[in-house]
Design a binder for this molecule. Structure first.
Ligand SMILES: Nc1ncnc2c1ncn2[C@@H]1O[C@H](COP(=O)(O)OP(=O)(O)OP(=O)(O)O)[C@@H](O)[C@H]1O
Ligand SMILES: Cc1cn([C@H]2C[C@H](O)[C@@H](COP(=O)(O)O)O2)c(=O)[nH]c1=O
Length: 211
């Protein structure tokens, strides 16, 4: 029998290193009997990937950002995430709504109550079962990004923006301690991966299993 489906999200400021660990987490879960869907936001469907390109590269205000990202999310949920969970697949999603509260809410200063309203319309109560928050200082993340790729529109923001985004994630973690786990992403790649795997194994072990 396959393991019960879970919805697991990966969060953090740009360059925190979260994407570097999704493959290892996927492998560990497959070994434990999970059937998986790996996906990302914004994105995950043809339409949402097209919206992602606009989101990452076109100039727009904070309300447009929020509407675009929730539009992409709705398509992603309806066509991809909900069907996968209904089929018993575990979903690993690189970013979800916590990113909207952190980036558009805390980073841009956009109205959190409006984001909350959009969240409830779009998600109809759907929330991740587990959120791994890769927490790191903005200057470390900036150095990692600089060594990795050319910056997109959001990655070009100043350090103070990422300080606010980081504080936004911290506020989300305080508000939902049952699903949020903070990982010290300032450690070596190996140490961060070990922490991520330990948390995922502990939080997905079925009652009565040896894990
Ligand atoms: N713990 C670490 N120590 C040193 N370098 C790291 C660490 N984790 C990731 N990196 C490197 O930092 C860069 C960014 O990593 P990655 O793309 O995983 O970050 P991310 O959080 O997913 O970023 P984004 O959300 O912007 O895509 C990569 O070159 C990666 O190899
Ligand atoms: C879901 C979501 C994402 N963002 C931002 C965060 C990043 O800067 C990009 C996505 O790039 P990544 O390399 O795939 O991490 O989009 C956002 O501002 N709001 C959101 O809801």
């Amino acid at each position: 029998m396959s393991a019960p489906a879970r919805f697991i999200t990966f969060e953090g400021i740009d360059g925190a290193g979260k994407s570097s660990h999704i493959e290892a987490v996927a492998q560990a879960l497959e070994e434990a009997g999970h059937r998986l869907l790996r996906t990302r936001e914004p994105g995950g469907t043809e339409l949402a990937e097209r919206l992602r390109e606009l989101f990452l590269h076109e100039r727009m205000d904070a309300l447009t950002e929020a509407l675009l990202v929730f539009g992409a999310r709705r398509d992603h949920l309806v066509r991809c995430i909900e069907p996968a969970l209904a089929e018993g697949r575990t979903v690993l999603c690189d970013r979800f709504t916590d990113a909207t509260f952190a980036y558009q809410g805390a980073g841009r200063g956009f109205d959190l109550a409006v984001l909350g309203q959009l969240e409830s319309w779009v998600q109809q109560g759907r929330q991740p079962d587990l959120t791994l928050w890769f927490d790191v200082a903005p200057e470390i993340a900036a150095a990692r990004r600089a060594g990795a790729r050319a910056p997109d529109r959001l990655e070009s923001e100043e350090s103070a923006f990422f300080e606010r985004v980081r504080a936004g994630y911290a506020a989300r973690a305080v508000a939902a301690p049952e699903r949020f786990v903070c990982i010290d992403a300032g450690q070596s790649l190996e140490a961060v991966r070990a922490d991520a795997l330990a948390i995922v194994r502990a939080r997905t072990a079925s009652p009565g299993s040896a894990a």
